[in-house]
Design a protein around this ligand. Structure first.
Ligand SMILES: [Zn+2]
Length: 191
């Protein structure tokens, strides 16, 4: 990730409470700095206080790895379905860390434990960032469940939930459906 993409608005206030909540969930340091305005030194000190260890590695997962297989796409879709339900239109304006934490709890409680590792908190943040920038869209399937696709990651030819073939014309790509009822400008659709 480039440094420019982690720059923070200059006027944003410092937020130690939010930093503590993020540290309890093991967010990487650059993400905590972005959302709280705290210095790296202050964040490391808070990590020492809460966990008695340094922050985890700062490298963020690659979105291609998060959506590259049926199993990971299913986990990512599960997490984002909770996230968009909580954030609604806010999801397209900013990454909502508090909603992200609650969504991650719901994801851990509702995911299929037999398939693959759950989406990590760092991965969840990357998915929320990609959704905010509208690089991620939702695809409907006849099984009634949506899954997510990314404009720079080759989409699977079948639904990760039920395995049904997603023939062109039978599935639809869209922003999350609640946006149909808002005045927010329509996002660019992925065809
Ligand atoms: Zn399906």
């Amino acid at each position: 990730m480039s440094a420019a993409s982690l720059q923070r608005p200059a006027a944003a206030p410092l937020d130690t409470d939010l930093a503590a909540r993020m540290i309890l969930r093991w967010f990487p340091l650059p993400i905590i700095r972005l959302h709280t305005g705290l210095s790296d030194e202050a964040i490391r000190e808070l990590y020492r206080q809460h966990h008695d260890v340094p922050p985890p590695a700062s490298a963020l997962p690659d979105v291609a790895d998060l959506l590259g297989t049926t199993a990971t796409a299913r986990q990512a879709s599960n997490f984002l379905s909770h996230y968009v339900r909580l954030t609604q239109s806010t999801a397209y304006r900013r990454v909502d860390v508090n909603a992200l934490i609650v969504s991650h709890d719901l994801h851990l409680a509702s995911r299929d434990p037999h398939t693959t590792e759950p989406t990590t908190i760092a991965a969840a943040w990357v998915l929320a960032r990609e959704l905010r920038s509208r690089a991620i869209s939702f695809v409907s399937c006849e099984c009634g469940r949506d899954h997510v696709v990314h404009k720079e990651v080759a989409a699977a030819s079948s639904c990760p939930h039920c395995g049904a073939s997603l023939a062109k014309g039978r599935s639809s790509v869209h922003d999350h459906t609640w946006r149909d009822n808002t005045a927010v400008d329509r996002a660019v659709r992925v065809s």
